[in-house]
Design a protein around this ligand. Structure first.
Ligand code: IMP
Ligand code: MG
Length: 398
């Protein structure tokens, strides 16, 4: 099996959904390996927009999709998503596979986050953190338990009980050992693993505690679906050409200029698909990206939303941080230090051309190429392609 992973380089919302969907045109199976309905992957194909939460966003192209053991599943949201996808894809139910080792988000997990709102971290309140807490505490309920054991649900909310009943009735046959399933596929088949969230929401290497409750980096792709690291043949990192963030935590390159902010939020449609919050925006942070490259060792990087920067004027790019008067080149481990760093910027002249219809490298503005080549030089990783609009087809290979 030829496995490829697509990983976010920032805090999520890099535009991975679109890239995954584009890449899925040529793969057999798409898979999710971590996270849950906290993810919101937007895909636009032929002017129609689709939002994916738990189902891998490449499922409209790839024949099969797997929800790996590393994912935490909200059964009601799963059923809603499948209901929607069944109207778009023939036999969707027969081609979705769910790891029986994946954990289930229970009503009490959601209640815990709704009532004890962690204002500081600003979670999506989907019960994702509490579900992973139960998993690590070894008291969680897995899909296998839901379909085999008679779990006492009498005290659970009626909506959850009925979701369990429908899930068992329709999807029991689709619940599998994802590792075994993949090992039984033909060697020529390709598997595309899509990361949810991003490198800086990784529980270990993100800006802890402002992180999600799972590992989001490339290493987790293997554990969360049940393949060996040796099976991962290609890794691509997706980075937005600026930074966006929902939720709390430090944001060293956050833009304060209201005109620039408005330009990005408006042209980039920076409203979160899951939380409906306006995302904070900032200049590209190469200190973070260097760390993302080190952690994920990608074969190439894909830069998204370059069309949003058209007409913005000069573009700043953070190359290092200043901490207590000293230049630092890596992301500090303690959150207090990350909160204290000041970005050191390089300014690159922008471009004003509308690039949404560009499909060839030679038609791109010179200053845009200068921006991209600078990023490539600093990261020492080829920029594989750039995204120039939300439609799947709005992509330029470099
Ligand atoms: P949780 O994953 O709901 O526990 O939220 C933890 C942090 O991760 C919060 O700051 C969320 O805003 C952020 N987060 C979780 N999922 C996503 C995502 O898909 N995109 C962007 N931020 C996310
Ligand atoms: Mg999102």
């Amino acid at each position: 099996m030829y496995a490829i992973a697509i990983i976010g380089a920032q805090w999520g919302d890099e535009g991975k959904g679109k890239i995954v969907s584009l890449f899925s045109q040529n793969v057999d199976i798409v898979g999710r390996f971590q996270g849950g309905p906290n993810a919101g992957h937007t895909v636009r194909i032929n002017n129609e927009t689709h939002l994916f939460r738990i189902i891998p966003s490449g499922f409209l192209h790839a024949r099969d999709a797997i929800i790996g053991n590393g994912v935490v599943i909200n059964l009601e949201i799963f059923l809603e998503e499948m209901h929607y996808l069944s109207s778009l894809k023939k036999d969707a139910v027969k081609h979705i596979w769910i790891s029986d080792r994946a954990h289930v988000i229970l009503p009490e997990h959601i209640a815990q986050e709704q009532h004890r709102i962690n204002k500081k971290i600003g979670t999506t309140k989907m019960g994702v953190g509490p579900a992973y807490t139960s998993k690590i505490a070894r008291s969680g309920i897995r899909i296998a338990d839901i379909i085999s054991k008679k779990i006492q649900l009498n005290t659970s909310p009626k909506k959850f009980q009925s979701a369990v009943a429908i899930f068992k009735k329709v999807y029991t046959k689709q619940c599998i050992d994802s590792s075994l399933f993949l090992s039984q596929q033909a060697k020529t088949k390709t598997l595309l693993l899509e990361g949810a969230q991003g490198t800086f929401l990784d529980i270990d290497y993100g800006h802890y505690p402002y992180v999600t409750s799972s590992n989001t980096t490339a290493g987790a792709a293997c554990v969360g679906i049940g393949i060996s690291p040796k099976d991962l043949k290609k890794i691509y990192l997706v980075s937005c050409s600026y930074q966006t963030k929902v939720g709390g935590g430090p944001f060293p390159t956050k833009i304060e200029d209201p005109i620039v902010i408005k330009h990005i939020q408006k042209n980039g449609d920076e409203i979160d698909g899951v939380t409906n919050l306006l995302r904070d925006c900032g200049w590209l942070d190469l200190v973070m990206l260097r760390q993302a490259v080190r952690l994920n060792a990608p074969d190439g990087i894909i830069l998204t939303k370059l069309d949003v920067l058209s007409g913005i004027g000069d573009i700043k790019i953070c190359i290092n941080y200043l901490l207590k008067g000293k230049i630092i080149t890596v992301v500090p481990s303690t959150i207090d230090s990350v909160e204290e760093v000041k970005p050191v910027y390089k300014t690159i002249p922008g471009w004003s051309e509308d690039i949404q219809y560009v499909r060839n490298k030679t038609d791109l503005p010179k200053n845009l190429l200068r921006y991209v080549l600078y990023i490539q030089k600093v990261l020492q990783i080829p920029v594989y392609g750039i995204s120039v609009g939300p439609e799947e087809s709005q992509f330029v290979y470099l």
